[in-house]
Design a protein around this ligand. Structure first.
Ligand SMILES: Nc1ncnc2c1ncn2[C@@H]1O[C@H](COP(=O)(O)OP(=O)(O)OP(=O)(O)O)[C@@H](O)[C@H]1O
Ligand SMILES: [Mg+2]
Length: 318
């Protein structure tokens, strides 16, 4: 079975003093039939990686191969296996209808008319596009435009699918359509790489997640293994901003994020529920005014925040 294998990828934008190392030694392995999520803060190099893997951007170091094909050396064969929907880009023609777009892109991929018509009908049904197949894409809602872009990328049944923030700005119904489609594509045998800031989407569709920071993968694994990386239990304490400094001093492993209403939220993980309770009790004993406290299981977002903040995971902390 084929796989997308990226090894030590490097991409530098610009030259000299203004050079930006957008991707800096990023490696990942995405087998066919699975979904890999790329999670990372703004500017961490996700889109740049996707563009390199889509062969629309050349890179400065490392290697990319899908099913043994190198996009530099076997460009046509590599592209014939690839479908991509890029972040914020106009992936489709606005002056063509939805059906026309799908058939146009299928034609570019060498599909015959009859095959393309059948496939367009199939994808329209799957993506809920039937009512708008004859509407100009420029007149469609953002969600339907994104569905058309997805349909166009899927027309030639790609084995490798790259989706950069596929649900950005979509309403609940459109997000649901994308969310149910992604695992179905993997079940059909595709290798799917998806980037998103939507943790719920990532948790719902990904077999594996790679966390990217400063152009490199700093942790990877199943969503469940990442959630438990810093301990199986979580404690969240919300304190008025005036108490935040004392909290930071008391709980060096806690990650602070700001709330809207003058409160600071501290999230931390512990190995047991008792240990989490003890942390809460210590905060209470120290006399920090507490607005809210919540004990539970760590979310993917908790683990992500810890990773990006540079906290050592349990394995490396020992
Ligand atoms: N065309 C460009 N020229 C110069 N620098 C760029 C260019 N595109 C991206 N960068 C820089 O490269 C870095 C990585 O950007 P990239 O878009 O890959 O990040 P990202 O992880 O996709 O971020 P986001 O979550 O905001 O989409 C950033 O510092 C960005 O400013
Ligand atoms: Mg991006």
């Amino acid at each position: 079975m084929g796989a997308l294998i990226i090894g030590g990828l490097a991409k530098i934008y610009g030259k000299g003093a203004s050079a930006c190392r957008a991707v800096d030694g990023l490696s990942l392995n995405l087998p066919q039939g699975t979904v890999l999520g790329l999670l990372g803060p703004n500017g961490s190099g996700k889109t740049t990686t996707v563009k390199c893997a889509a062969s629309i951007l050349d890179y400065d170091g490392g290697s990319i191969a899908f099913d043994g094909l190198d996009p530099r050396r076997n460009r046509a064969r590599y592209l014939s296996r690839l479908g991509a929907v890029l972040e914020g880009a106009r992936n489709v023609h606005w002056r063509l209808g939805a059906r026309e777009n799908m058939e146009y892109f299928a034609g570019l991929r060498g599909m015959g008319r009859k095959d393309a018509r059948g496939r367009a009908a199939e994808l329209a049904a799957r993506l809920g596009l039937e009512p708008v197949m004859n509407t100009l894409v420029g007149r469609l809602s953002r969600g339907n435009q994104q569905r058309v872009a997805l349909a166009c990328a899927l027309m030639h049944r790609p084995q490798l699918l790259l989706l950069d923030e596929p649900t950005l700005g979509l309403d609940v119904g459109s997000v649901e359509a994308v969310r149910s489609l992604i695992p179905a594509l993997a079940r059909d045998g595709a290798a799917v790489l998806v980037t998103s800031h939507d943790m719920h989407l990532i948790e719902a569709v990904c077999d594996k997640v790679a966390v990217v920071r400063s152009g490199a993968v700093i942790a990877d694994g199943s969503p469940a293994s990442l959630r438990a990386l810093f301990g199986a239990h979580s404690l969240r304490v919300r304190v008025p901003a005036s108490g935040a400094e004392r909290m930071s001093g008391m709980l060096p492993g806690a990650v602070r994020s700001e709330d809207e209403d003058g409160h600071a939220l501290f999230s931390m993980q512990a190995d047991s529920a008792t240990a989490a309770l003890e942390l809460a009790a210590a905060v209470h004993r120290a006399g920090v005014p507490v607005a809210d406290v919540e004990l539970g299981r760590p979310s993917l977002e908790d683990a992500f925040k810890q990773l990006v903040a540079g906290q050592p995971a349990k394995e490396t902390a020992r």
